[in-house]
Design a protein around this ligand. Structure first.
Ligand SMILES: [Zn+2]
Length: 854
């Protein structure tokens, strides 16, 4: 029973048999306001290499009403298990399928959303990985590219956007018909349709004879917050940079960017019709880190227009290359594009992407970057920190290894050679080898085919007068968790060692040595005979991918002076190293807190500040010795309050500390301050208590029992939007009563009616570290229901529940035992097992870190 799965082997067989020419797809969305189902008619023309052979086409639909292959009606029973069997193919085939497809509320397929602000219905598609088949019958695999011609019937007055430019609609009465031109050849997963009374802002990219129309869209209720000019400016920078570096004009007819509701990911690279989560339209004040993140996402999706859409991976095992390339491209563009507002993007990369990669790479589920992807279930759990962040780190290193000029030269040849086609990793590596003259097989083997992170440690001896006698870099093989795939190997690393001295209160780099580290021990004779600097920093400039340790003297200086590094990148590397050591139980949580309290006072990079704030909170909740935890939390809350009061009025730092205090407040005085800010009786000079901040303040008051249901209702009345409803759902689930917990649990686990966003909001409110006792009963309930959840819910919905409701705050041997008992008896499918094993690893790590903090 394939269910909704598809194996790589099946895809290979089908690709060998078929060549797909074109689809004509008619969608009747006149039912959109009512919901339920919509009529989907697909005509697909394709050839078969072996006449008489049989194959199948994919479709997920409540009902099929017509299947006609080459003029012959096939029995409707041919539709089973999300496939339609197609026997006895001719050389040239025409297939017509008419189906009733379903609108969804899970963010997969054709998502339907009703905006409480205006009562209007908004639709958009999300197809990656295999969900185009929820909207029309198709051969759902990336290497069966075709031209797609969409014809859409929708309510009059709506805006309808797809991959091809939007035509003038025709017709009269309540509906209109939009007939789109066929697309260039593309994969099913990057086709798209967005429909509803969205509003658009228009501009264009003009460069010599080139004219590309731009559109930016959102719901009318967000229009007042849409800063389209800022979005166009970043987009234009990306067009300039990528067209020059790739030496290939933007491949599609127009470029629309649509901010859509309840979107599961950050964004999706539909060809010429990119969708974004509409939290990127900022309703309230956010810090510059949010603008930077949005710009990065805009550039990431734009890079995919070439790498992903124009040239596409043959199968999902090269998903990592697709995502790593787009991630690398987004960062290098921000670092280098003329006029970029975020030239420090490699600091952000070190601070966020690498932290994500290091965390993921230490889970039992870790895997080589080149993962074995045998079927769709494998790939759906593989949108992870290895695929995006480790891949991009290793790609950064590859660029350093072959040189950036040769890298882009290879990329240019690759686009020209494979435009509109499909490729494998070897095609890119081949182009890079030609451009650089280097053999990349050894590199590929060491970095792409093995798992885990090497640890680099300094080993030095210093004479009594402070002269370095010897210095070496020691490399450790990755400590791969039991059961992890791949070999634990030492790797070649190109790294820099930075030498820093305290000069006028600043830690300034006085020298830098670049070297190749290989094997267990690499001596660095260049340092012998020199005076020991205040700080010796391994992997300075973040060239390689490794966990880095500081020697004891450097660590002492960094602990006292982390905020005093003159440059942001070494600060970010030291922050990352300290966080790593805390997670690994090599630095006690209380010492990490002390370091954060001193370093954050002088940290100017707001993105780093916000990351460290999140990490401190996590460390206190999970890694602190429970006997000391409360005093650590109190110290943190007190520090947040004084930092809030000390921050410059109206600054990003002020906002970041206000949010931190809203999550951390514990004492009566602190909670009274939150209440005062909310009701206007207290004020912090320059702090705007706007919509989002109000919900944060209320959330803490509710979770601590200081605000009730009536307060939640009153806030929702002030902000009766979809975001307001989500915040209200979080607040209700956060109330510190057994009844509230039971209601939240039942709404997620026992019922399946919540939308993806509301469910996520309920889960966020349910899990409160301060409510461990109330949550204790749910460990058993979790294991009693998780398998059924996985079997009966969609991929996105079950993933939220499995990861989100795991008893992560119940850090105890009992939780590990309960998990192990379930793993031993429940016989979970591999993708479900992976998610539970990953969650278990968090508890195991926390137990070790707590012991280290004791
Ligand atoms: Zn991407």
């Amino acid at each position: 029973m394939p269910g909704t799965n598809l194996t790589r082997e099946e895809a290979r067989t089908r690709a060998a048999l078929l060549a797909v020419d074109a689809y004509e797809i008619e969608l009747d969305l006149s039912s959109a306001r009512a919901g339920g189902t919509f009529r989907s008619t697909t005509v697909v023309r394709f050839t078969a290499a072996e006449p008489g052979a049989s194959t199948f086409i994919d479709l997920v639909a409540p009902a099929v009403t017509e299947i006609v292959l080459n003029g012959r009606a096939l029995p409707l029973e041919n539709f089973a298990d999300s496939r339609i069997a197609l026997p006895d193919l001719a050389a040239e085939n025409e297939l017509r399928v008419v189906a009733d497809c379903a609108y969804t509320n899970t963010g997969e397929g054709l998502h339907r959303f009703v905006d409480p602000a205006d009562g209007e219905t908004y639709l958009y598609t999300q197809f990656e990985v295999p969900d185009a088949r929820r909207v029309f019958a198709n051969f759902e695999q990336p290497d069966l590219k075709a031209a797609f011609a969409f014809t859409v019937t929708a309510p009059a007055g709506w805006v309808v956007v797809s991959n091809s430019p939007t035509p003038e609609p025709v017709g009269d009465g309540d509906t209109r018909v939009w007939t789109f031109e066929p697309t260039p050849r593309m994969s099913t997963y990057v086709t798209a349709l967005i429909a509803g009374p969205y509003v658009g802002v228009f501009d264009s990219y003009d460069n010599g004879a080139q004219h590309v129309p731009f559109g930016v869209y959102c719901r009318p209720s967000l229009r007042e917050h849409l800063d389209a000019d800022a979005i166009f400016a970043v987009t234009r920078q990306g067009f300039d940079y990528f067209q020059e570096k790739f030496d290939f004009p933007y491949p599609f007819a127009k470029y629309d960017q649509l901010f859509v509701p309840e979107f599961n990911a950050g964004a999706m690279e539909n060809a010429g019709a990119v969708t974004f989560r509409d939290q990127y339209v900022f309703r309230s004040k956010v810090t510059d880190a949010s603008y930077e993140a949005r710009a990065a996402t805009i550039l990431h999706e734009l890079a995919h227009m070439w790498f992903g859409d124009l040239v596409t991976m043959e199968w999902w095992n090269d998903l990592w290359l697709n995502e790593s390339f787009a991630t690398f491209a987004e960062v290098v563009c921000q670092a280098e594009a003329p006029g970029s507002k975020w030239p420090h993007s490699w600091t952000t990369f070190a601070n966020q992407m690498k932290t994500w990669a290091y965390r993921q790479d230490q889970l039992p589920s870790t895997h080589p970057i080149m993962a074995e992807i045998n079927d769709l279930e494998d790939v759906q759990v593989n949108f992870d920190g290895i695929t995006y962040a480790k891949g991009a780190s290793v790609l950064k290193q590859l660029v350093a290894y072959v040189g950036q000029d040769a890298f882009f030269q290879g990329v240019r040849a690759y686009f020209k050679r494979h435009a509109w086609g499909n490729t494998r990793l070897a095609d890119l590596l081949g182009a890079l080898e030609e451009a650089s003259g280097r053999d990349l097989r050894t590199w590929s083997k060491a970095w792409l085919e093995t798992a885990g992170i090497n640890v680099l440690r300094p080993e030095l001896s210093v004479a009594a007068d402070g002269t370095i006698e010897s210095f070496a870099v020691l490399q450790e093989a990755p400590a791969l968790p039991a059961g992890a795939r791949g070999e634990a190997v030492l790797r070649p690393h190109r790294i820099a060692v930075g030498l820093y001295e305290l000069v006028d209160g600043k830690l300034v780099r006085t020298d830098r040595i670049e070297l190749d580290v290989d094997g267990e021990r690499t001596d660095v004779p260049q340092l012998a005979g020199r005076k020991r600097p205040a700080v010796l920093l391994l992997n300075d400039d973040d060239l390689s991918y490794a966990k880095v340790r500081l020697d004891a003297d450097s660590l002492a200086v960094v602990t006292a002076h982390l905020g005093d590094f003159a440059d942001s990148l070494p600060r970010a590397l030291c922050w990352a190293s300290a966080w790593d050591m805390t997670r690994d139980g090599e630095l006690a949580t209380r010492d990490y807190l002390a370091l954060a309290l001193s370093g954050l006072q002088r940290e100017s990079d707001i993105g780093v500040v916000q990351s460290v704030q999140r990490q401190v909170k996590l460390a206190l909740e999970l890694y602190a010795d429970p006997a000391w935890r409360e005093s650590g939390l109190q110290r943190w809350a007190a520090a947040a309050e004084s930092a809030l009061r000390a921050a410059p009025a109206g600054s990003d730092h002020q906002l970041a500390w206000a949010r931190t205090l809203a999550g951390a407040a514990r004492t009566d005085e602190q909670l009274a301050l939150l209440a005062g800010l909310l009701d206007g009786t207290a004020e912090i000079d320059g702090l705007a208590v706007d919509t989002e901040l109000r919900w944060s303040l209320l959330g803490r008051l509710v979770a601590t029992g200081r605000a009730d249901e009536a307060a939640i209702d009153a806030e929702l009345a002030r902000d009766n939007t979809s975001s307001g409803q989500e915040h209200a759902a979080t607040c209700r689930a956060a109330r510190p009563t057994a009844e509230a917990k039971a209601a939240a649990w039942a709404s997620v686990v026992d019922s399946d009616t919540l939308t993806n966003y509301v469910q996520d909001a309920v889960i966020a409110g349910f899990q409160q570290p301060d409510q461990r006792e109330l949550l204790a009963a749910y460990t058993e309930k979790y294991f009693a229901s998780v398998k059924q959840v996985w079997e009966t819910r969609s991929h996105e919905i079950s993933q939220q529940i499995i990861g989100g409701l795991y008893p992560a705050y119940a850090v105890s041997q009992a939780t590990l035992d309960a998990t192990d008992a379930w793993l031993a008896t429940a016989d979970p499918a591999p993708a479900l097992r992976r998610q539970v094993v990953e969650a278990r690893a968090g508890v195991e790590r926390a137990l070790k870190a707590q012991a280290a903090d004791r």
